[in-house]
Design a protein around this ligand. Structure first.
Ligand SMILES: [Zn+2]
Length: 171
């Protein structure tokens, strides 16, 4: 398959990558419909973080193609929105609402979803299926739910944002 690799700062290439396959019974393989560039991708692009041959992409939506034997909540053909951090959504930390710090967390950026396909660990905790197939013009909005919405929501809740309060977002 084709996928995006950051070879070095300011050097991003579309290359041939190995096709993903189910490794763990909790994995799913998706065909990526849309993926995007996150602000956090720009740190290595600018040279502020290590970027040696790093796969790119952790914001993604797609269609499930294959599931491991333990996956229960998504099935082949489902359109799914995936989280930027793969989590089981069952451990104590997940249940407390901190899925990005799951005891089994896997960083999707290490897998790279700017690719034709991707392996999604802990598919039951990481992927949310939409009701039916979304219209093409809805896909960018669903893509925003992969990272931006959840991150912003968490920040707003953690900061106790509310009517009449003044907030100073850090960007
Ligand atoms: Zn967990």
């Amino acid at each position: 398959m084709r996928g995006v690799i950051m070879h070095a700062p300011s050097d991003v290439r579309v290359v041939d990558r190995e096709d993903p396959r189910v490794i763990h019974p909790t994995d799913a393989i998706i065909r990526v419909t849309a993926s995007c560039v996150c602000g956090s991708d720009l740190w290595p692009y600018r040279g502020a973080d290590d970027a040696a041959d790093a796969p790119m992409g952790h914001e993604y939506v797609g269609v499930v193609e294959e599931i491991g034997t333990d996956v229960k909540t998504v099935k082949p053909g489902d359109f799914v929105v995936g989280s930027f951090m793969a989590s089981d959504n069952t451990c104590e930390i997940c249940q407390a609402g901190y899925q990005s710090r799951c005891v089994q967390v896997e960083v999707m950026g290490m897998i790279g979803t700017q690719a034709e396909r991707a392996r999604i660990p802990h598919a039951d905790g990481t992927l949310v299926a939409t009701p039916g197939q979304p219209a093409p013009d809805l896909i960018p909005s669903l893509l925003a739910a992969s990272d931006v919405l959840g991150t912003g929501w968490f920040a707003a809740v953690a900061a106790e944002v509310g009517p009449g309060k003044t907030e100073a977002p850090q960007v």
